[in-house]
Write a protein that binds this ligand. Structure first.
Ligand code: UDP
Length: 339
């Protein structure tokens, strides 16, 4: 069955909005649900202008079963990409009830609607965080999933489990658990990018705000980790490369694979200082930084083996780390105060 209409929850968020672009470019017809808790409605205008189409949009919460089901009644949905979730690691430690409630009830609500409406294709936004403090790097899809270091990560693990159990009994449903590396960068047009509220939690938007003088300096959290330069190592992937991984997964669904799990990353480990250096090289701007204490819950090293996605999906990253920095910077200068 040819997939055409794709419901994208969290479709106005950072990864969601970049995925909408890739979906439309490949001829899919997205429908967006977003509660706007961490996204701007202006992103919808940007998308519609960029893509020169009208995109059906519903400002609803994915935990609202009644409203969610209305969307499924209105559209003949072929596939769901479920991005909508709370995602701040530190905040999840402070607000476990909110994180477990939102991230689990959202998935369950969408999944029950999927079941009730006979939808056979479901992509879930998972994370490299499910590997916890990995036993080896790069992490493989077959590595054990033990316990995350925070409630946010734990919701990813539990959601993966829910979807795996669903898939065990609904053999005719294709489910993909996509475990993301750290998405960074911005759309090459400079029109879409990461736009955090308040002080950025994540490294890349923080560096960009230092680059344009919005913040004084970056604090590098810890320089005594057992890594080459003492700072943490992660796998940073351009958000448009990550977005394309979802389109490739939908193409894979045409072969009815059932449950599939893919790491989506670059396969390369990059330290905090590597990233700062790449940013300086790509933009010519000096990034001031100091070393501070380690951040609670951070693990020294995590990057992904992406051989499986490469072999089975044809997944390949187009953007280098410097491209990521350059596009992030361009978005930042064009949007000094957000959208
Ligand atoms: N980091 C940092 N300073 C910051 C923000 C992040 O040194 O202001 C480090 C953080 O400790 C981690 C890496 O940058 O080692 C990536 O952090 P981020 O929050 O972007 O992603 P995470 O891998 O934690 O999901």
């Amino acid at each position: 069955m040819k997939i055409k209409k794709v419901l994208v929850t969290g479709g106005l968020g950072y990864i969601g909005s970049h995925t909408i672009v890739e979906l439309v470019n490949k001829g899919y017809e997205p429908i967006i649900i977003d509660n706007l808790s961490n996204a701007s409605i202006k992103v919808l205008d940007v998308l519609e202008q960029m893509l020169k189409i009208k995109i059906p949009f519903y400002q609803i919460d994915c935990t609202d079963s009644c409203e969610v089901n209305k969307v499924f009644d209105e559209h003949k949905i072929d596939a769901v990409i479920h991005f909508a979730a709370l995602k701040a690691v530190g905040e999840s430690i402070q607000k476990p009830a909110e994180y477990y409630y939102n991230n689990l009830v959202s998935t369950l609500t969408i999944l029950k609607a999927v079941q009730a409406h006979g939808v056979k294709n479901f992509i879930f936004s998972s994370s490299a965080t499910v590997y916890g403090n990995p036993i080896h790097v790069p992490c493989l899809e077959s590595d054990p999933i033990v316990n995350a270091t925070n409630p946010y990560g734990q919701t990813k693990i539990i959601n993966e489990r829910i979807l795996t159990d669903y898939s065990n009994i609904h053999k005719d449903t294709n489910i993909a658990l996509l475990r993301y590396a750290n998405p960074i960068g911005a759309h090459s047009s400079g029109k879409l990018g990461e736009n955090p509220n308040g002080i950025p939690n994540n490294l890349m938007p923080y560096v960009s705000q230092v680059a344009v003088g919005k913040r004084d300096k970056l604090t590098v959290f810890g320089n005594d980790y057992p890594t080459k330069d003492g700072t943490c190592i992660r796998d940073y992937i351009h958000v448009s490369d990550l977005a394309l991984g979802h389109v490739l997964t939908l193409e894979k669904f045409e072969t009815d694979p059932g449950l599939v799990i893919y790491n989506l990353g670059t396969g390369e480990g990059t330290s905090v200082l590597d990233l700062v250096n790449a940013y300086q090289k790509a933009t010519g701007i000096k990034i001031n930084y100091t070393f501070g204490p380690r951040r609670d819950g951070d693990i020294p090293t995590n990057y992904l083996d992406v051989t499986k996605a490469k072999n089975e999906l044809g997944f390949k990253c187009k953007y280098s780390i410097e491209d990521c920095c350059k596009t992030a910077y361009e978005f930042q200068i064009k949007h000094p105060n957000g959208y």
